[in-house]
Write a protein that binds this ligand. Structure first.
Ligand code: CAA
Length: 264
């Protein structure tokens, strides 16, 4: 692949959008390669993914403006669908995805980060939906996910004004969970991913599904989704061993050790 790097460290996969000369802007090729890279992740061994951008300046500076500049209406709609399809794949990816935002996250860059489960960023990060300044709407989910994450009032203000915000403001409005010095960002992302990867994998996947699917429906339907995914954990090795470990601890604290969950 030309624009996507992938490496696996233990149970954590790291996907890097690698188009540094264009500040990792998303053209059709980057989107196609990202989709292929997600399909290729070894879900038997990977329990958490990190998504980041190459270099120290930009996570993703948006969809590719050069490519979009000559699109017809139909092509514009198709380009929106291409981005949305990949971002939905990311949002529904079976294991959690952490966006490690290492600089600009503008337009499609902010949107791709919002398709991830968790966003953390470096202190030089900058967020925004500048589309209305370019004569378009956010087209890769921004009008939908930003409102769900920071609330409709704040989302509308950011989108209508096309104003960029810095990391501290993104933290204040709940767009990111934490801000770190640039040099520490990937270590912190890896620590977070490793903590997640150390927990029971079937349970973690089911939590992701329950939260994502439950947010789309009424609370009455949502709790039924939760019940099924809760029930689904029982009789697994991980549930039996996780609970047995707790009970052993009650008998004799010396017997407790970290459970080696097996994903089964
Ligand atoms: N598309 C294509 N190329 C881009 C790009 C983008 N979104 N963002 C940056 N680049 C390219 C620049 O054209 C430049 O290329 P050249 O060296 O070949 O000229 C290179 O990346 C470096 O960029 P700058 O010289 O502009 O760097 P800077 O430090 O002066 O500015 C910046 C950085 C503020 C991020 C500026 O590049 C910028 O404003 N980029 C566009 C941001 C934007 O508007 N994003 C939203 C796009 S629309 C969208 O995403 C729609 C959607 O929802 C799907």
């Amino acid at each position: 692949m030309e624009y996507i790097l992938y490496e696996q460290k233990d149970a954590v996969g790291v996907l890097t959008i690698n188009r540094e000369k264009a500040l990792n802007a998303l053209n059709s090729q980057v989107l196609d390669e990202l989709s292929e890279a997600l399909d290729a992740v070894d879900l038997a061994t990977v329990r958490c993914l990190i998504l980041t951008g190459a270099g120290e300046k930009s996570f993703v500076a948006g969809a590719d403006i050069g490519e979009m500049s000559t699109l017809t209406k139909a092509e514009g709609e198709a380009f929106g669908k291409k981005g949305n399809d990949v971002f939905l794949k990311l949002e529904n990816f079976p294991v959690p995805v952490i966006a490690a935002i290492n600089g600009f996250a503008l337009g499609g860059g902010c949107e791709i980060s919002m398709s991830c489960d968790i966003r953390i960023c470096s202190d030089n990060a900058m967020f925004g939906q500048p589309e209305v300044g370019l004569g378009i709407t956010p087209g890769f989910g921004g009008t939908q996910r930003l409102a769900r994450i920071v609330g409709p009032g704040m989302a509308k203000q950011l989108i209508y004004t096309a104003r960029n915000i810095k990391a501290d403001e993104a933290l204040r409005i709940g767009l990111v969970n934490a801000v770190y010095p640039q040099a520490e960002l990937m270590d912190e992302a890896m620590k977070l991913a490793s903590t997640i990867a150390g927990n029971a994998p079937i349970a973690v996947r089911n939590c992701k599904k329950a939260i994502n699917e439950g947010l789309q429906v009424s609370i009455d339907e949502a709790v039924v989704i939760e019940e099924k995914l809760f029930g689904d954990c029982f009789e697994s090795y991980d549930q039996k061993e996780g609970m047995a470990n707790f009970l052993r601890k009650k008998d004799d604290p010396a017997k407790v050790k970290k459970v080696a969950f097996k994903n089964e």
